[in-house]
Design a protein around this ligand. Structure first.
Ligand SMILES: Nc1ncnc2c1ncn2[C@@H]1O[C@H](COP(=O)(O)OP(=O)(O)OP(=O)(O)O)[C@@H](O)[C@H]1O
Ligand SMILES: [Mg+2]
Length: 382
C-alpha cells in the first residue's frame, strides 16, 4: 500500500482452482457477517488443469487475468485453494511439542508418513489435539499436509502471471469446512444438551465437475480429507457413452431429470426437455442410478478408512453435500439409503451477507458451487 492510500486494504479473494472452472469470491468486512460483494468464474482452458493440477501455466494464467477483468474484483491478493489426489492429508500421533517446534521437527519426521519425497514436498502441520500416551507421556495429534512442490509452484506461477498476488495456499477441503461451519452448533447433534458434549463427526462432500472432496470433521476440526476424481462429469459421460448422445445432451438429461424417486412413482417427463431426449429418460435414470452406486461405494470406502483411525467415533451419522453436483434430483435420498446417514444440502451463503447488487436468483442458483471459493475468502475473516 502506498503512503497516501486511504481506506481499508481489501481482503484477499478466494480462488478455487477447479478442473472445469476457476471461481473467485470477494468478501468485505461486515457485521455481523462478512459481506459477499462479488464473485465470478471462467472456463478453464482445455487441458490447462488435469485432475486439479495446473499443467499449462501460461493458459491458466491468461484465463485468470481474464476472470479478474470481467468480474471486476478490486483486489489482486488471493487465497488459493488446491485439491488433488496427490495432496496428502494425514493425522499422525507425535510426542508433544509446541507449534513452533513442530514446524522444524516435521521436516525430519514427515517422510515416515507421506509417499512424496520430502525434498519434493511442501509440508504443513497443525496440532489438532493433545492426549496421554501408553506410558502417560504427553502426546499430540497433528494434521499433516504435504503437496508436491511442483504442483504448488505451477499454481503460484499461473496466479502471478495473471498479475495477482498469492497470499496463502490452502486446501479446498479446509475451505469447505469453513464455508459450512456456521457456528459450532452446526456440528453438534440436535438431540439435546446431553449429547452435545459427546464427540460427533460429520462428513462434508463437495461434488463438482471434475473432482469430489471428502472431509470428515469432528467438532468442526478436519481430521480426514480425500479427493476422488469420481464427480459430476462422470455421470454425464456415462449417459453420453451409453446412449450415444453428445455431452451437452447428456448434461441436459442429467440436470433436468435426475434420479428417480426411491420407491416413488415415475414422474412425468419434464416438458422443457427436447423431444429427441424424452425417449431416453428411463435409460438415463438407470445409468445414473448405477453411477451413483459407484459414487456411494467410493464415499463409503473413504469413510470406512477414516473410521478405522478414529478413536472416539464409531459411525458417521451426518453428511453435508455441496458443489453443484449435489443438485442432482433425489441424490440426498440415495446417499441416505446407501450410507445410512442423514444428508443435508449445505448452505455456504449462511456465512455471509450478500450485497444487494447481486441478483438473489442468480446467487441462489450458484450457492452450492461457491462452497470452496467462499470458504477460501472466509479465511481472512477468522
Ligand atoms: N441440477 C443438477 N443436477 C445434477 N448435476 C448438476 C446440476 N447442476 C449442476 N450439476 C453438475 O454439477 C457439476 C458442476 O459443479 P460445480 O459448479 O460445483 O463444479 P465446477 O466448479 O464447474 O467444477 P470444477 O470445480 O471441477 O472445476 C457438473 O458436473 C454439473 O453437471
Ligand atoms: Mg469448482
Amino acid at each position: 500500500m502506498g503512503m497516501f492510500s486511504v481506506g481499508k486494504k481489501s481482503a484477499p479473494i478466494g480462488l478455487d482452482i477447479g478442473t472445469n472452472l476457476f471461481r473467485a469470491v470477494q468478501l468485505a468486512p461486515g457485521s455481523p457477517k462478512p459481506q459477499l460483494i462479488n464473485y465470478g468464474s471462467i472456463k478453464v482452458p482445455v487441458g490447462a488443469v488435469v485432475e486439479g493440477e495446473i499443467v499449462d501455466v501460461e493458459a491458466a494464467g491468461y484465463a485468470l487475468s481474464q476472470l479478474w477483468k470481467t468480474a471486476g474484483f478490486t483486489s489482486k491478493n488471493v487465497i488459493i485453494g488446491i485439491a488433488s489426489q496427490r495432496v496428502v492429508v494425514r493425522l499422525v500421533g507425535m510426542p508433544y511439542m509446541d507449534q513452533s517446534e513442530l514446524a522444524g521437527a516435521i521436516q525430519f519426521q514427515a517422510q515416515d508418513y507421506i509417499p512424496i519425497p520430502v525434498e519434493e514436498a511442501i509440508i504443513d502441520a497443525q496440532i489438532v489435539s493433545e492426549y496421554l500416551g501408553e506410558n502417560e507421556e504427553k502426546m499430540m495429534e497433528v494434521l499433516l499436509v504435504a503437496a508436491q512442490r511442483d504442483m504448488v509452484n505451477n499454481t503460484v506461477s499461473a496466479v502471478e502471471q495473471a498479475g495477482l498476488k498469492p497470499q496463502i495456499i490452502d486446501l479446498s477441503a479446509f475451505a469447505i469446512v469453513r464455508s459450512l461451519l456456521a457456528d459450532d452448533s452446526f456440528f453438534l447433534s440436535e438431540e439435546g444438551a446431553e449429547e452435545e458434549t459427546a464427540v460427533s463427526a460429520a462428513a462434508l462432500i463437495n461434488i463438482s465437475s471434475g473432482l469430489t472432496n471428502i472431509v470428515v470433521v469432528e467438532q468442526g476440526v478436519p481430521r480426514f480429507a480425500r479427493v476422488t476424481p469420481l464427480a459430476g462429469n462422470d455421470l454425464t459421460q456415462a449417459i453420453a457413452d451409453s446412449l450415444g448422445l453428445t455431452f451437452d445432451e447428456a448434461e441436459e438429461l442429467k440436470t433436468k431429470v435426475g434420479l428417480p424417486e426411491i420407491g416413488g412413482e415415475q414422474l412425468p417427463v419434464p416438458s422443457d426437455l427436447p423431444d429427441n431426449l424424452k425417449i431416453h429418460v428411463e435409460a438415463a435414470q438407470s445409468i445414473m442410478e448405477n453411477q451413483v452406486g459407484h459414487f456411494i461405494a467410493e464415499i463409503r470406502r473413504s469413510l470406512d478408512y477414516y473410521l478405522t483411525q478414529a478413536t472416539q467415533i464409531r459411525n458417521i451419522t451426518r453428511l453435508v453435500i455441496t458443489g453443484s453436483g449435489a443438485k442432482l434430483n433425489n441424490f440426498g435420498a440415495y446417499i441416505e439409503r446407501g450410507l445410512q446417514a442423514k444428508v443435508e444440502i449445505g448452505a455456504p451463503l449462511n456465512q455471509v451477507q450478500p450485497s444487494p447488487k447481486i441478483p438473489p436468483d442468480m446467487l441462489a442458483d450458484d450457492e452450492l458451487s461457491l462452497a470452496v471459493s467462499l470458504g477460501l475468502a472466509l479465511r481472512s475473516f477468522q
